[in-house]
Design a protein around this ligand. Structure first.
Ligand SMILES: NC(=O)c1ccc[n+]([C@@H]2O[C@H](COP(=O)([O-])OP(=O)(O)OC[C@H]3O[C@@H](n4cnc5c(N)ncnc54)[C@H](O)[C@@H]3O)[C@@H](O)[C@H]2O)c1
Length: 373
């Protein structure tokens, strides 16, 4: 990590190229020149989350214009229902109408949903145009904007929506994160981002957990200096992991700690959980497995669980949820190999590993976090 005017600048060095992540209070006002440095052109497409179209959207639109871009703006509603190929096609239509060219950058301004859709548009329009990720949720700043995964949902053959089934790896030219944008984020969405920060701490950095515990009030009050440090420390963990494994052939899967459980829990409609909330519960289930298989002490698991609770995140399931259907859903996880479930489990606080895990251990963990037999 380096610093510019006291603010952190991170760098991702990947086999397919390098890019930086600038984290700075008020940086959106300079977004135009920062885009121009990495993707100079006359035109640009600004894909903007409807929630920030009248705030950050105005700032970035003006910054692009003063840097000499003719920018076309497309607002998108951040709903998983609209994270589809239909939306992507609609954006292609706008781009063709405006005659955007191979060099015209796409600026993805919003949460992870807008980042994924705009990133996929950029990956595929004219076989690929530059994308600059400008995340406006904590989750997108510490996770979704980093690493080049882009994509949309698709209907499953027998009903329901399959998440992120269609997509591409397409790394951004730059990531620009302005903590000011988090002022308007709902408390619930802030908590969801914090769940991913806690996950990063458990995977790789015990001191990040101490930082979060010591800064919980300042984070809730949206103290921008504290948020900048939180974003930088948490994002750095993701960057370090993707630098070792850009395409999730090996260690990138460690970022899925808690997610095998979370993906099974999240679709339960009666629980009405956001992804980050399901991750918090999934993290607790993974820690149960780790305690029962001897890779984590119950004291460490208790420390992390208490932190999640203090942040206002759920850590248990209601007894109306049964373990067996959850395990059946977990069998669809992409880490399953030859029918054997493989989970990311913590080894104490600060490292994690992928472990073949027997079903009774998983069932026991689900009971441990409240699921009915
Ligand atoms: N590509 C990846 O590596 C990756 C990783 C994790 C998650 N994701 C994807 O990211 C999405 C989740 O991202 P998310 O948690 O950012 O959710 P989101 O994009 O759905 O945003 C959450 C809500 O916050 C609103 N919002 C965004 N910025 C705001 C702001 N500054 N002020 C007020 N409201 C604001 C949005 O309109 C939305 O209602 C999912 O679609 C998930 O699949 C992708």
């Amino acid at each position: 990590m380096t610093y510019s005017d006291g603010m952190p600048v991170l760098e991702a060095r990947l086999p397919t190229g390098r890019y930086d992540m600038i984290i700075e209070t008020g940086v959106l006002e300079r977004a135009g020149e920062l885009v121009r440095q990495v993707a100079p052109h006359e035109q640009a497409l600004l894909v903007v989350d409807s929630a920030v179209v009248n705030t950050a959207g105005v700032v970035v639109g003006a910054a692009l214009e003063s840097a000499g871009y003719r920018a076309v703006t497309v607002p998108l509603d951040a709903s998983e229902r609209f994270k589809t190929i239909d939306t992507v096609e609609r954006v292609y239509g706008v781009m063709l109408e405006a005659r955007l060219e191979r060099g015209s950058p796409v600026i993805a301004l919003g949460g992870g949903l807008v980042g994924d859709v705009a990133g996929f548009v950029a990956a595929t329009y004219l076989r690929g145009v530059p994308v600059i990720q400008v995340p406006t949720t904590l989750l997108a700043m510490v996770d979704a904007s980093i690493g080049g995964k882009t994509g949309v949902n698709h209907a499953l053959p027998h009903g329901g929506l399959g998440k992120n089934l269609i997509g591409a790896f397409w790394q951004p030219r730059r990531i620009i994160a302005d903590p000011v944008t988090l002022r308007t984020l709902s408390e619930r969405d802030l908590r969801c981002g914090l769940a991913e920060c806690v996950k990063h701490g458990v995977i790789a950095d015990p001191s990040l957990l101490q930082f979060i515990a010591g800064s919980a009030e300042a984070i809730a009050a949206r103290d921008e200096a504290v948020l900048a440090e939180l974003i930088a420390r948490s994002a750095q963990i993701k960057i370090t992991i993707i630098e070792q494994d850009e395409r999730e052939d090996a260690n990138r899967a460690l970022l899925n700690l808690g997610h095998t459980f979370a993906h099974a829990i999240e679709p339960i409609e009666t629980l009405d959980l956001r992804h980050g909330e399901a991750v918090a519960i999934g993290l607790c289930a993974a820690m149960h497995c780790a305690v029962s298989t001897g890779s984590m002490s119950s004291g460490d698991a208790e420390t992390v669980t208490s932190l999640l609770q203090r942040l206002g995140l759920p850590t248990r399931l209601p007894s109306s949820v049964a373990a067996a259907p959850l395990v059946a859903r977990m069998r669809y996880d992409k880490k399953v190999r030859d029918g054997q479930l493989r989970l990311v489990l913590p080894c104490g606080i600060g490292t994690a590993k992928i472990v073949e895990t027997d079903e009774p251990v998983i069932v026991d963990a689900l009971h441990g976090i409240g699921a009915a037999p």
